[in-house]
Design a binder for this molecule. Structure first.
Ligand SMILES: NC(=O)c1ccc[n+]([C@@H]2O[C@H](COP(=O)([O-])OP(=O)(O)OC[C@H]3O[C@@H](n4cnc5c(N)ncnc54)[C@H](OP(=O)(O)O)[C@@H]3O)[C@@H](O)[C@H]2O)c1
Length: 230
């Protein structure tokens, strides 16, 4: 039985030793200008972009389309200039100020659980729509169904490591864009492209390489999931 949900893509930049950032989750930038352009292009194709609360707290990323021509192109297709911005959080321990919240052309959703208390949700009422799905953790299948019902056909997941793994665990990854960068970060507890508990040997997810491109010192790789289900 096929369940209605968006097409789901992961996008991340990885150091040569497989890290997303430092152990301290410093807001480091180790990608090139070309990679940031590619990120803008991938975002511009998405209906919604999702990040974890950990990434919001660490980086405060402005999740929006930077290039005016890409925003115009979206509007020509009757889309909003920016994709919907989604944050995933159980705790609702989120900053209320910062670059993420600045652009009032961006529609925002906070996805949290049924356990989130009204007093935790209330401070965000003017900033975002708060959606509850699941009891102790956001049920990603239920939430993705909600997104599909709102017309979200393409969901771009931009990490970090815990969120990426949650999507792999749920069998909700169709495609991966990855940039391999010539830098070594190290650190046993630095976030990787998929953290959490990890898969047992007979449950590894597998993918097929569908594109590879070298630009300068970086390698842009694109994969399609072959086995993404538990
Ligand atoms: N290099 C790259 O491309 C890239 C991309 C993205 C991020 N990063 C880096 O990665 C680091 C962050 O990664 P991270 O693994 O620490 O954090 P993360 O994956 O961004 O966020 C983890 C948080 O997301 C929420 N969450 C995760 N799964 C959930 C679920 N199923 N239901 C409800 N909430 C859920 C929880 O928030 P609460 O704690 O609020 O409950 C959890 O603590 C940062 O350093 C960031 O800069 C790098």
């Amino acid at each position: 039985m096929s369940v209605r949900r968006p097409y789901i893509l992961l996008n991340y930049a990885l150091s040569l030793d497989g890290k997303l950032s430092t152990e301290q989750r410093d807001p480091v930038r180790f990608t090139s200008r070309i990679d940031r352009g590619l990120m803008d292009e991938i975002r511009a194709d998405a209906d919604a972009v999702l990040i974890g609360a950990g990434t919001l707290r660490a980086e405060d990323p402005p999740v929006r389309i930077k290039a005016v021509r890409r925003r115009n192109e979206r509007m020509r297709k009757d889309k909003s200039p920016h994709p919907v911005s989604v944050i995933l959080s159980r705790s609702m321990r989120l900053p209320r100020t910062g670059r993420f919240w600045e652009d009032d052309q961006v529609e925002r959703i906070i996805a949290t659980t049924q356990q989130a208390k009204d007093e935790q949700v209330r401070p965000f009422r003017d900033l975002a729509e708060v959606v509850r799905a699941g009891q102790t953790t956001v049920d990603l299948h239920e939430f993705c169904r909600m997104l599909a019902d709102r017309g979200i056909g393409r969901l771009l997941v931009e990490g970090g490591g815990e969120v990426n793994m949650a999507f792999w665990e749920a069998g909700l990854v169709d495609e991966v864009y990855m940039t391999l960068c010539p830098v070594v970060i190290g650190g046993r507890n630095a976030p990787t492209a998929a953290d959490g508990r990890g898969f047992a040997i007979d449950r590894f997810r597998t993918l097929r390489l569908i594109e590879s491109r070298r630009v300068g010192q970086e390698l842009f790789l694109r994969y399609r999931a072959v086995r993404s289900k538990p």
